[in-house]
Design a protein around this ligand. Structure first.
Ligand code: CAA
Length: 445
C-alpha cells in the first residue's frame, strides 16, 4: 500500500476535541489535495471524524469550514492551477468555495466507532486515559480487516504500553501534535522497539507533507514537551506559593504569570498556558507520568483544589478560552481566581500594587511577537536578560531563577534519556510552544 492508498480511508478518534479538530483539519486538507490530483479523480477519499459528542461534531464542522477558507485564501495561486480545467470557476471566491466543498466533502462526522473498521490509518486523540485508549484501539483492531496503522496523539502514555496492551504488533507510533495543531510546527515522533519501519517511514512522509518539524523523543512518559512543561508549570506554582508569604495569593499568581510572559518573552503567561491546555489535562498528564519517575512526584495540591472547585480551564468548542487560574474576556485575562473566596478578583483591583512589587522592568525589554522575526534576536535577548541579572528588582530576580530552572529541566531531559540531545529540547520549545529561544541557552548561566 503506497502513501496515497494509506490515506484513502482514515479515521480520527476524539475529532471534536481541540487536538482532534486540528489533526482533522490538517489531514482533511492533505487528503483533499491528494483527491484533487489528476490521477486520483476516480478514487474516493474518506475521513471519519469520530467523537462521542454530537454537539462537539457540529462545532467541529463550523471550525473546519472557517479554517479551510483560511487555508484556501493562503494558497489561492496554487488552487487556480488545481482547478485549471474548471471553466465554471471564474472568480477567486468560486475557487475558494469549491475547495471548501471538496475538503468538507470527504469528512464524515460520526458518533459510532464502527465506522473506523474500514480505515487503514487511525489517529487517536481521545482524552489522556490509557485504559480508554487501549480499549478503543484493541476494539477497532479486533474488528478491522485492514490491520490499520495507529498514530496516537497521547501526550504522556508510553507508546509501547498501548501497543502491548492493545495487541497492535508494532503498528503504532506516537505522533504528538502541539496545541493548536494548525499553528504549532512541531510533531514529536515516538517509536518503540517494535514499531514497524514502514509505519515510521510513512509518518515521516506525512509530517513532511504537513510541513511539520519532526523531533524524535524516546518512549518515556511525557516525552520531551510535557517533560519540560509539567516541571516548568510546577516551578511557577511553587514560586507563586512562596510569594504568598509577602503578598496576597492573587497578586502572586499575577506576578508569576507576568514574569513568564513579559520577562521570559514567551507567547503566554504560564498560568494562561495551563488554562489553555486545561487544568484537568495538566493534572492527568502529571498523574500518568508519576509512576515512571523514580525521584520525583509531579503533583500540586493547588491544581487539586481548583479541580475540586470546578475550575478547569480548557476551551469551548468555539475555541473561546474557558476560565481557569485566570478569567478571560475576549481572550484577554481580566481576573485571577481566589480559591479562598471561590471567585475571581479583577486584575485592575491590584495590578498597580503588584507591578510596584515586581519593580521596574529594564528598558531593554522586548515583546515575544517582535522577537519572532528579529534576525538579531540573540543579541537583543542577551542584552535584556543581562539587564535582568543586574537589576536587583523582585521581578528580575524571579525571572532569572525561572530561566535557570527551565534550563535545568531541559538538561535533565537529555541526562534522563528522554531527549536525544539539547538541540531537540530547544526545537520542541521553539516549535511546539512557540518560544522565541530555547531553554538550554547561554542567557541563563
Ligand atoms: N486553529 C487554527 N488557527 C489558530 C488557532 C486554532 N485553534 N488559534 C490561533 N490560530 C491562528 C490565528 O488564527 C492566527 O492566524 P493568522 O496569523 O493567520 O491570523 C495565528 O494563529 C495567531 O493567533 P493570534 O493572532 O490570535 O494570537 P497569537 O499570535 O498570540 O498566537 C497562539 C496564539 C498561537 C496560541 C500563541 O499564543 C501560542 O503559541 N501560545 C503558546 C501555546 C502553546 O504553548 N501550546 C503548546 C501547549 S502544550 C501541548 O499542546 C502539548 C500537550 O500535550 C499538552
Amino acid at each position: 500500500m503506497n502513501y496515497e492508498e494509506r490515506l484513502e480511508n482514515v479515521s480520527v478518534l476524539g475529532a471534536a476535541g481541540k487536538m482532534g479538530s486540528g489533526i482533522l483539519l490538517l489531514t482533511a486538507v492533505e487528503m483533499a489535495d491528494l483527491s484533487l490530483q489528476r490521477g486520483n479523480k476516480d478514487k474516493t477519499f474518506v475521513l471519519n471524524a469520530i467523537d462521542v459528542s454530537k454537539e462537539g461534531l457540529a462545532g467541529l464542522m463550523r471550525y473546519l469550514r472557517e479554517q479551510v477558507r483560511k487555508v484556501a485564501e493562503k494558497k489561492a495561486v496554487q488552487l487556480k492551477k488545481t482547478y485549471a480545467d474548471r471553466d465554471d470557476l471564474i472568480e477567486n471566491e468560486d475557487i475558494i468555495s469549491q475547495y471548501i466543498f471538496d475538503v468538507m466533502n470527504i469528512i464524515r462526522p460520526s458518533t459510532r466507532m464502527e465506522v473506523a473498521y474500514g480505515s487503514t490509518l487511525i489517529f487517536e486523540a481521545v482524552s489522556e486515559n490509557k485504559d480508554l485508549k487501549v480499549k478503543l484501539l484493541s476494539g477497532i483492531d479486533g474488528n478491522s480487516p485492514e490491520k490499520p496503522w495507529y498514530f496516537t496523539n497521547t501526550s504522556s502514555v508510553p507508546i509501547h504500553i498501548i501497543d502491548e496492551e492493545a495487541g497492535l504488533d508494532g503498528r503504532i507510533l506516537g505522533f504528538h501534535f502541539y496545541n493548536p495543531p494548525a499553528v504549532q510546527k512541531l510533531v514529536e515522533l515516538i517509536v518503540t522497539n517494535d514499531t514497524k519501519t514502514e509505519v515510521r517511514e510513512f509518518a515521516l512522509d506525512y509530517a513532511k507533507k504537513l510541513r511539520k518539524v519532526v523531533v524524535p523523543s524516546f518512549d518515556f512518559a511525557g516525552f520531551i514537551g510535557n517533560g519540560h512543561f509539567m516541571r516548568d508549570a510546577l516551578h511557577a506554582i511553587q514560586t507563586a506559593e512562596d510569594l504568598t508569604k509577602e503578598m496576597p495569593y492573587v497578586e502572586a499568581v499575577y506576578c508569576v504569570n507576568k514574569i513568564a510572559q513579559d520577562y521570559l518573552v514567551r507567547p503566554m503567561g504560564i498560568f494562561q498556558l495551563i488554562d489553555y491546555v486545561g487544568i484537568d489535562v495538566v493534572k492527568f498528564i502529571m498523574k500518568v507520568m508519576n509512576p515512571y519517575l523514580e525521584d520525583e512526584d509531579l503533583h500540586s495540591d493547588l491544581l487539586d483544589t481548583l479541580m475540586e472547585q470546578g475550575v478547569k480551564g480548557g476551551q469551548y468548542s468555539s475555541g473561546a478560552q474557558k476560565d481557569g487560574f485566570l478569567k478571560y474576556e475576549k481572550g484577554k485575562p481580566v481576573g485571577i481566581y481566589d480559591p479562598e473566596k471561590k471567585d475571581y478578583v479583577p486584575i485592575s483591583d491590584f495590578s498597580e500594587v503588584a507591578d510596584q512589587r515586581l519593580g521596574e522592568i529594564p528598558a531593554s525589554a522586548v515583546s515575544w511577537r517582535t522577537m519572532l522575526r528579529n534576525k538579531d534576536k540573540d543579541t537583543v535577548l542577551a542584552a535584556f536578560f543581562n539587564d535582568l541579572k543586574t537589576s536587583g528588582a523582585l521581578g528580575a530576580k524571579l525571572a532569572v531563577e525561572y530561566g535557570r530552572r527551565s534550563k535545568e529541566i531541559g538538561r535533565k531531559l537529555v541526562a534522563d534519556k528522554v531527549a536525544h540531545n539539547e538541540n531537540d529540547v530547544n526545537t520542541v520549545m521553539l516549535t511546539g510552544f512557540f518560544h522565541a529561544y530555547g531553554p538550554i541557552n547561554e542567557f541563563f548561566d
